[in-house]
Design a protein around this ligand. Sequence first.
Ligand code: F3S
Length: 75
Amino acid sequence: MAKYKIEVDRETCIGDQLCCNEAANTFEMDDEDIAVVKDPTGDSPEDVLTAAQGCPTDAIILHDEDTGEKIWPEE
Ligand code: F3S
């Protein structure tokens, strides 16, 4: 099961909060209504990927933790 290095691009996040709904144990909103990673292993990789794919601005960036391969957004 792939694990991801998870980043949120603060310049791109518009505070949609879908990520917090899809992977509530991984993401939370900070004081500026920007998503932050609170626990990279809080949810399954599938749920993290679903959250990233659902973000309307592709603000969530996933890399394979083992290989460094960029998983999302797709190039
Ligand atoms: Fe931001 Fe996308 Fe989440 S806009 S709050 S990273 S769904």
